[in-house]
Ligand binder design. Structure first.
Ligand code: GDP
Ligand code: MG
Length: 737
């Protein structure tokens, strides 16, 4: 009977896993999904000198914590399937980072063989790795291979089979994590051993580490299976955590990572790696970087590129945005004639078309913006932006890892603070993390973009790209200053070091760009069709009810009758004459009727729930130049910033029944006596910096605490209001409106 062996293939993304897997198994493989999630599950068959081998290709991961679905899948597979040997594929040209995962396999104790891949690439770069020495130091076989050509694969399988044949039980490696954590581990392990905590499947020390790393999956498992022991373990962890954050300003997680890198460095330094070329040889990417990330011209180029993005977005989207605006104008005009007067008509025109149409009108703009950003992202330039910004960030008490959350939240416009807040998880120092988390909502997210575009388009139509650029810069400056303020008051503490790896430049593919653009644009459209539609209707109802009392309505009706009957004779006379030319009297009649209608509509809006709130707030908001209608919109913006546009649209179309329905909101605001350039800037400043939207607040509460979430609502709103008042008062003083 032939021998059966089960192997697993694991490694970092891009280490060459798929290439090796295909080399080994050829066409004999099966691809599926892991149950319940969309992570690839690949299995292949291989015959090697009379042994049948089943190989499972695990998802590519950088570590073995519970940060992503891939990591969980890889870990769960190893724990529950116990493969006889794990082939850990390691990129020789990037040894240090790849060994981070290796280090975690050693700690787990799985039977391991290292496939040292891409030795050809490493050789080209002048990197020589002594495989024997590495094998000695790690205590596992290391086989140099070139997955692309198949070089070394037979030797690799021989070694793997030899390890599997030993049938040894898992042998976890102990790494020291410094005095604080080692003491904690020593306290945790006996408790874990005594109770066979979490099924007894994981090595006890490994569970202790996961508790210190705050691994959500293991923590949950512990609570489920043995709440009493779990509580004891958590108490120990909490006290260490408190201690390290107080003394070192880091979570235990960060200390663990640092020690793992220390362990790897100590191995590599013992003559494992030699560089043949004295100076770093330059590759194309590096050469490009010499210019693009140059200390002096790099930032200049960065600003120019950023400005180019706005220029592109605005010039290309101008026509489609105008066409969409016309379309929605036509739609409300058509509805105006089709539907009978009444609530339904008001709901459809003011609530739905005015609200959702206003948001959807900006789809082309959003699309072009996302396209430009996809180019920056896919080409690898965005990583350079992060790299350059790191130098600036330190000055403001933030960390290099804060850059990505800022960019994700809309640092280049069009992001979202929700993933931005979640991206702060990569920050290991609690204070830097909190400062980042609280200031990312200041960035110009995709929802603020249409508001910016609307007001800039209406009041600064000659220099749209310039103003957009200016407001982006303003967002950065204010966010950084706010971070500095937080870091020197409530979040005082020392900075932590940062190293960043730059991916090579790539030519983006059209397919990739289109997919990226479409995913984000679709998200925006979906939001307009669901959340925004709902809030829009709710706000319409608040702006409609309670209705004016019957006697007020009757009063207006009487006034209309009065005027009409007074002019009756003239009208008859007029109509007999030329129909197209209106006499002074008739115009006056129409004008007066319109005036009455307008007054009635305005009184109705003031009488409504939303109107009352808006008016109540006006006592304060007039300091920043906001009238009660603007207040209604700003309050709606607490739910989602897009709602500001839809609510302004509703408020300004409701207050002016019978005016030209095809007029766009921008034109309406421009004509309104309460609005001018100074008010527009004050409103923009307020909108950019006031309370984060509802979803972001919930996210902050989840990532930090409700106290910080409430803090961010209060702090941001007060901060934004002060700025808006300053803008309005100074601007008005110099008559800039
Ligand atoms: P995975 O993400 O780990 O599955 O990595 P892939 O197998 O997709 O490999 C990533 C890239 O590295 C591909 O372009 C491969 O052709 C290339 N590659 C893989 N192994 C080698 C190697 O040994 N030498 C060279 N030069 N390229 C390799
Ligand atoms: Mg792959």
């Amino acid at each position: 009977m032939t021998r059966q062996v089960i192997m697993a293939l694991a490694g970092n993304p891009n280490a060459g896993k798929t290439t090796l897997f295909n080399q080994l198994t050829g066409a004999r493989q099966h691809v599926g999904n892991y149950p319940g999630i969309t992570v690839d599950h690949k299995e292949g068959l291989l015959e090697h000198q009379g042994t049948r081998i089943t190989i499972t290709d695990l998802p590519g991961t950088y570590s073995m914590t519970a940060y992503s679905a891939e990591e969980l899948v890889a870990r769960d597979y190893l724990i529950s399937n116990r493969p006889e040997v794990v082939i850990n594929i390691v990129d020789a040209s990037n040894l240090e980072r790849n060994l981070y995962l290796t280090c975690q396999f050693l700690e787990l104790g799985v039977p391991l063989v290292i496939a040292l891949n891409m030795v050809d690439v490493a050789r080209d770069r002048g990197i020589e790795i002594k495989a024997d020495k590495l094998a000695d130091l790690l205590g596992v076989p290391v086989v140099p291979i070139i997955a692309r050509s198949g070089f070394g694969k037979d030797k690799l399988i021989d070694e793997a089979l030899a390890v599997a044949a030993r049938k040894q039980s898992w042998q976890p490696r102990d790494i020291s994590y410094g005095d604080d954590l080692d003491a904690a581990i020593a306290a945790l392990v006996p408790k874990i051993e005594a109770t066979h905590f979490v099924d007894g499947l994981y090595p006890p020390r490994y569970i202790a580490l996961k508790y210190l790393e705050n691994d959500e999956q293991i923590l949950a498992k512990g609570k489920d299976t043995d709440p009493a022991t779990a509580a004891e373990l958590e108490a120990i962890v909490n006290s260490v955590c408190e201690h390290t954050t107080k003394t070192l300003d880091v979570y235990p997680e960060a200390i663990i990572a640092d020690h793992r890198y220390g362990f790897i460095k100590s191995i590599i330094r013992q003559g494992v790696v030699t560089h043949k070329f004295d100076t770093d040889r330059l590759y194309t990417s590096d050469r490009i970087d010499q210019v693009l990330t140059n200390r002096l011209i790099g930032p200049v180029i960065m600003l120019a590129i950023l400005f180019g993005v706005y220029q592109f977005t605005f010039s290309w989207s101008e026509l489609p945005v105008a066409l969409l605006e016309d379309f929605f104008g036509w739609l409300s005009a058509a509805t105006e004639t089709i539907l009978p007067d009444g609530r339904l008509k008001s709901l459809v025109i003011s609530g739905i078309i005015g609200g959702v149409g206003g948001v959807l009108g900006f789809v082309p703009l959003i699309m072009f913006m996302f396209f430009a950003i996809a180019i920056l992202e896919d080409s690898g330039y965005l990583a350079r932006v992060a790299y350059m910004m790191d130098r600036v960030f330190r000055i403001f008490g933030l960390h290099g890892s804060s850059v990505m959350p800022f960019i994700v939240s809309g640092g280049i416009a069009g992001g979202c603070a929700v993933p931005g807040v979640m991206a702060t998880r990569t920050l290991r120092s609690p204070k830097e993390r909190m400062a980042t988390l609280l200031t990312v909502p200041f960035m110009n997210c995709g929802a603020k973009m249409p508001v910016l575009a609307l007001l800039i388009g209406a009041f600064f139509s000659d220099n749209k790209a310039q103003y957009m650029f200016l407001f982006t810069m303003l967002a950065w400056i204010v966010a950084l200053l706010a971070a500095r303020l937080l870091r020197s008051t409530v979040l005082r503490g020392a900075p932590t070091p940062f190293v960043m790896e730059l991916p090579p430049y790539r030519f983006p593919t059209m397919r990739g760009l289109l997919i990226h653009t479409w995913e984000r644009t679709w998200q925006y459209i979906k939001k307009a069709g669901t959340v925004i539609l709902g809030i829009s209707i709710l706000l319409w109802a608040m702006m409609t009810f309670p209705q004016l009392p019957a006697e007020r309505l009757a009063g207006y009706e009487a006034m209309r009758q009065n005027i009409a009957s007074g002019y009756d004779e003239t009208i008859v006379a007029e109509q007999a004459q030329e129909r197209t030319v209106l006499s002074a009297a008739a115009t006056d009649l129409a004008g007066q009727l319109q005036e009455i209608n307008k007054r009635e509509a305005e009184e109705a809006l003031r009488h409504s729930l939303a109107g009352r709130i808006g008016i109540a707030v006006e006592t304060v908001s007039h300091l920043a130049g906001f009238d009660w209608r603007t207040n209604i919109a700003l309050i709606g913006g607490f739910a989602a910033k897009e709602v500001i546009i839809s609510t302004l649209g509703t408020a300004y179309s409701m207050g002016e029944v019978n005016t030209d329905q095809t007029e766009s909101l921008g034109e309406r605001l421009k004509k309104d006596s309460n609005w001018n350039r100074v008010v527009a800037v004050a409103a923009l400043v307020f909108i950019m910096f006031y309370a984060p939207c509802f979803v972001t607040v919930i996210c902050i509460a989840r990532e930090a605490s409700w106290r910080w979430a409430l803090f961010s609502i209060g702090f941001n709103t007060v901060f934004a209001f002060i700025l808006a008042v300053l803008v309005f008062q100074i601007g008005s003083f110099f008559h800039l409106g």
